[in-house]
Design a protein around this ligand. Structure first.
Ligand code: COS
Length: 380
C-alpha cells in the first residue's frame, strides 16, 4: 500500500514497529489481565523519545510532524491498545499547554512532559457533563491570587498517576461555554483527591478514575489562557488529538486483520484453508479496504494540521469517527473468522474487539463527531 510519508516518517514507522512488536506486544495480554500498564512499556517509550515527538525543540521535544506522531500511536496501539492510550493521553494533557500556555508555563511544564518524567492528564468530563461540555458544574472561585476549585471530574485517563492535570472549571456559572477556564493543577495540591477507579470493557491496562476537588487552591499563574477561554482551550486541544484516536483505531484494526489473515491460511475446514472460501475472502478484502481508507483519512487529518499549523476540525473529527467505526467492524469480523476460538480469551481477537469500542466513545462520541462535521459544513 502506498502512503505519502517522508523519509523521516518512514524511518520512524519502521523503528517503532520493531520496538512495539518486540517489547510491547508480548506484554499486551498481561496488561489486559492485570489491568495495569507495565512500567517497562512507559520506560521503553520514554527512552525512545516518543513523549517528546510533538513538543517543540525549544521546550525539550523533537518537534516532529503530527503525522509522525499518528504513525507512532498507530504502531504502539497495534501492539497494545492500552499502551497506545497512555501515549496519546500524555499528548491530550500536554497540548493545552503547547497551544495556550504562556512562555513561563511552557518552560516550566513541557520539558517534563517531553521526557515522560511527569505524567499529564486532561480533566474535562463530569458525571453529568460528557458531550455537553458547557453544562459542567465544577467551579473555580477567585480568592485573592488563587482560584478555589470544587467539584468532580469523571473518566479521567491516568488521573490516579498524573503529576499534573489540566482541569476545566466554571469561573462564571452564568456564561455557559464562555464561563469556563482551564487550569494546570499539581496533583499534590491539598483538596485534590483521586476517586473511584473504573472497571472497563477494554483498554483495561489504562487507568480511568474519578477526581474530586474539595477547596483545591490553584494559583492564578496556573490558568491557561485568560478567564472564560477554557472551552476553546479544550476544543482546540481535541482538534489536535482526535487524529490520534483515529490512529489508535487503525492500529487495533490492523492487529485484528493480521491475526485473521494468518488464521485464514492455517485453519482447514472441508479439506482446505478457510481463506480459500469466497465467504472469508470477501470479508478479508473488505477489512483490508476499510483499514486502508481509515489510515489514509487519519494520515490526511494529521497532514492537514501540519500544513495549516493548527486547526483542522472537520478532518480531525472525520478521521476519528471513520477510523473508530472501521476498527469496530474489522475487529467484529476478525472474531467471526476465528469462530468459537475468536470468542475464547485464549486468542487475542476478543481483546481487540473490546479495545476497539472505546475509540467510538472517547474524545467525543461518534455522534458528537457527526454533529461537529455537519455544523462546520453547514456554516461554510
Ligand atoms: N476550536 C476553537 N473554537 C471552537 C471550536 C474549535 N474546534 N469549537 C467550538 N469553538 C467555539 C465556538 O466558535 C464558540 O465560540 P463563539 O461563541 O465565540 O463563536 C464556542 O466555542 C462554543 O461553541 P459551540 O456553540 O459549538 O458549543 P456547544 O456547547 O454547542 O458544544 C460540542 C459543541 C458538542 C461540539 C462540544 O461540546 C464537544 O466537542 N463535545 C464533546 C466533548 C468531548 O469530546 N468530550 C470528551 C472528553 S475528552 S476524553
Amino acid at each position: 500500500m502506498y502512503y505519502p510519508l517522508s523519509e523521516d516518517e518512514r524511518m520512524i514507522q519502521e523503528m517503532v514497529r520493531k520496538l512495539a512488536q518486540s517489547e510491547i506486544a508480548p506484554r499486551a495480554r498481561e496488561t489486559d489481565e492485570k489491568e495495569q500498564i507495565p512500567p517497562e512499556n512507559i520506560r521503553v517509550m520514554a527512552e525512545h523519545g516518543l513523549f517528546g515527538m510533538y513538543i517543540p525543540p525549544e521546550y525539550g521535544g523533537t518537534g516532529m510532524s503530527r503525522l509522525a506522531f499518528a504513525i507512532v500511536v498507530e504502531e504502539i496501539s497495534r501492539a497494545c491498545a492500552a499502551t497506545g492510550t497512555f501515549l496519546a493521553d500524555q499528548s491530550l494533557g500536554t497540548y493545552p499547554i503547547i497551544l495556550d500556555g504562556n512562555e513561563e508555563q511552557k518552560r516550566k511544564y513541557l520539558p517534563k512532559s517531553a521526557t515522560g518524567e511527569k505524567i499529564f492528564a486532561f480533566a474535562l468530563s463530569e458525571p453529568n457533563s460528557g458531550s455537553d461540555v458547557a453544562s459542567m458544574q465544577t467551579t473555580a472561585d477567585r480568592e485573592g491570587d488563587y482560584y478555589v476549585l470544587n467539584g468532580q471530574k469523571q473518566w479521567i485517563t491516568n488521573g490516579d498517576i498524573a503529576d499534573y492535570v489540566i482541569v476545566f472549571a466554571k469561573t462564571d456559572k452564568t456564561k455557559g461555554a464562555k464561563g469556563i477556564s482551564a487550569f494546570i493543577v499539581d496533583s499534590k495540591t491539598p483538596g485534590f483527591r483521586v476517586g473511584k477507579k473504573e472497571l472497563k470493557m477494554g483498554i483495561r491496562g489504562s487507568s480511568t478514575v474519578a477526581l474530586h476537588f474539595e477547596n483545591c487552591r490553584v494559583h492564578k499563574d496556573e490558568m491557561l489562557g485568560s478567564e472564560g477561554e477554557g472551552f476553546k482551550v479544550a476544543m482546540r486541544t481535541l482538534d489536535m488529538t482526535r487524529p490520534s484516536v483515529g490512529a489508535q483505531a487503525v492500529g487495533i484494526a490492523q492487529a485484528a486483520f493480521d491475526l485473521a489473515l494468518k488464521y485464514s491460511k492455517e485453519r482447514k475446514q472441508f479439506g482446505q484453508p478457510i481463506g480459500q472460501f469466497q465467504g472469508i475472502q470477501f470479508m478479508l478484502a473488505d477489512m483490508a479496504m476499510k483499514i486502508h481508507a481509515a489510515r489514509l483519512m487519519v494520515y490526511n487529518s494529521a497532514q492537514a494540521i501540519d500544513a495549516r499549523q493548527g486547526r483542522a476540525t472537520v478532518e480531525a473529527s472525520m478521521a476519528k469517527c471513520f477510523a473508530s467505526d472501521i476498527a469496530m467492524e474489522v475487529t467484529i469480523d476478525a472474531v467471526q473468522i476465528f469462530g468459537g476460538y475468536g470468542y475464547s480469551r485464549e486468542y487475542p481477537v476478543e481483546r481487540l474487539m473490546r479495545d476497539a469500542k472505546i475509540t467510538q466513545i472517547y474524545e467525543g462520541t461518534n455522534q458528537i463527531q457527526r454533529v461537529i462535521i455537519a455544523e462546520n459544513l453547514l456554516r461554510e
